[in-house]
Design a protein around this ligand. Structure first.
Ligand code: ADP
Length: 502
């Protein structure tokens, strides 16, 4: 089984969020199962610089009218997996973010940038390059590679089967219709039945509409996106394609996120011996300029600063959170106005509130290790990895009952019989009151050290490794390749597809 795995970010070459973690860990888990995976991503300068044994595999003088590019072959610095990078300095060789400039504004040519990635992927997958390698499956991820199933379908002839994974419906890659001319797409696709979305071009819609199968990253989210509330305008199309939609829960990469061997921690710890966690907490308090107080609950908020993550609600609730006598450590990056509010509020609670705005991978690990409670509310959450990591580190998560959070955290409730399985605190409504009630339940348990430690151990022992999820992807790849790319076979094997949840 040969898989071309296309993603706009892959850790450690480039990362803005969970997509990068998944794009690193899932291919590695598939390789463990004997799958031959090759990765493809944009050649951002930091990604090119971080790869080993680079060589030029192909050159394009002008690909699809977008520009000149080079296909660079290299290996991942950690796993050694083969990775191709699309080297096009005019598109990817710039200082700033992957998708935005330093001021937070989207790059104006994002449509062309990612169309280029898709065209290169289509050349590889369609066998147009003399590479001596063709995939059986093309696995495209999020809007950045949404045009790929369309390009392969439009290319005619024999093509690999296509799987499109939605990591977040809220990011759709919608562009003004005037960008259409420069994308090298067939003339007839800009229709409501194609990639037109309320007058714009939608890369996400293209991925959903033209792929052989669509997955999303948790069974609950797979159901939620079928509703007007969760479907971000594409629920109708998703309902039409319901028989080809399933949810596979993401995993956590325990090679990187495991407190028994985490490279970024001063002390390691395990469910059997939590003494190292207490040392990590003291170190973290020191590092953040908070009083070193073992008895004070240390709550962490580690997140993209966005309304999706209820950052606005957390900000509004700050006085109430801190009135409960906790310490709160915030690490995040995102929406400028919300970042600004966090920065401005930090000095009001010296010794209680520590705010770090920016992206800091190592501090993220130290927060997970030293924190007592992860505050992880979300208005919607396709899967969420942060709570999976928190579980492993015995940092008990407070999460909203939505998407992958519902699928991964079991609520602690004194009255329920599920206490033996409980791993955190779950609340329903997306508001401050519900979140604070969950915080109160957590703090009440924190005051009972024996019970707290029991819950910590249960959380740390829950297994969200990639093994199970990678097996599910592999089973799906097999079904798709058996069905054949022409579509008729796919219809044949529909009966075998689980409805919404894999
Ligand atoms: P999303 O992909 O929606 O942002 P996830 O929970 O799926 O959320 O994944 C978030 C990933 O990004 C985790 O690996 C988390 O540790 C990391 N992360 C988020 N914000 C930061 C930050 N400011 N600094 C370092 N890592 C961060």
């Amino acid at each position: 089984m040969r898989v071309l795995f296309v993603s706009s970010e892959i850790y450690p070459l480039a990362k803005t969020g969970g997509l990068a973690d998944v794009s690193a860990a899932l291919p590695a888990a598939l390789v463990e199962k004997g799958v031959e995976v090759r990765l493809l991503m944009p050649g951002y300068p930091e990604a090119l610089a971080a790869t080993a044994n680079r060589s030029s595999e192909a050159t394009f003088t002008d690909i699809a009218g977008i520009g000149a590019a080079r296909l660079v072959a290299a290996h991942m610095p950690d796993t050694g997996l083969p990775v191709w990078l699309v080297d096009c300095p005019a598109m990817f060789g710039r200082q700033g973010g992957l998708y935005q400039d330093a001021t937070g504004a989207d790059w104006p040519d994002n449509a062309q940038r990612f169309a280029l990635l898709n065209h290169v992927a289509a050349r590889i997958a369609g066998g147009a390059l003399a590479l001596k390698w063709r995939p059986d499956i093309v696995h495209a991820n999020d809007w950045h590679s949404g045009l790929l199933p369309l390009l392969l379908e439009a290319g005619g002839g024999s093509r690999p089967a296509t799987l499109f994974t939605i990591h977040n419906m809220a990011y759709q890659g919608c562009f003004h219709s005037s960008s259409l001319d420069g994308l090298g797409l067939p003339d007839d696709v800009f229709t409501p039945d194609g990639i037109e979305f309320y007058g714009s071009v939608s890369f996400l819609k293209a991925g959903i509409r033209y792929s052989d199968h669509v997955t999303t990253v948790s069974p609950s989210y797979a159901r939620e996106i079928l509703t007007p509330e969760g479907g971000c305008g594409l629920d109708g199309l998703l309902r039409d394609r319901r028989s080809r939609l399933s949810g596979i829960l993401n995993g956590a990469d325990y090679r990187l996120w495991d407190p028994t061997c985490d490279a970024y921690l001063l002390r390691h710890f395990s469910p059997a011996d939590l003494s190292g966690k207490r040392i990590c907490k003291a170190e973290l308090q020191r590092e953040l300029g908070l009083p070193v107080a073992p008895e004070v609950p240390l709550v962490i908020y580690l997140s993209r600063i966005a309304e999706q993550k209820m950052a606005d609600v957390v900000l509004d609730a700050l006085p109430s959170i801190l009135a409960r006598g906790v310490q709160l450590a915030v690490l995040g990056k995102g929406q400028a106005n919300l970042e600004h509010r966090f920065r401005n509020l930090a000095p009001l609670w010296p010794g209680q509130l520590a705010v770090r705005i920016g992206y800091d991978e190592q501090l993220a690990h130290r927060l997970q290790a030293g924190g007592d409670i992860l505050l992880h509310p979300s208005r919607f959450e396709p899967c969420g990895l942060t709570q999976l990591y928190a579980l492993r580190y015995g940092t008990l998560p407070i999460v909203r009952n939505v998407g992958g959070l519902s699928d991964s955290v079991v609520d602690f409730n004194d009255e329920s019989l599920r206490t033996e399985m409980a791993t955190g605190f779950v609340f329903d409504e997306p508001d401050a009151l519900a979140m604070l009630r969950a915080l109160d339940r957590a703090l009440a348990l924190y005051r009972k050290p024996m019970a707290w430690r029991k819950l910590q151990r249960q959380a740390m022992q829950s297994d969200f490794g990639w093994e199970t999820s990678a097996s599910r992807y592999l089973a799906l790849y097999r079904r798709l390749t058996l069905a054949g790319p022409a579509g008729e076979g796919i219809a044949r094997c529909q009966a075998g597809f689980a409805d919404a949840a894999e």
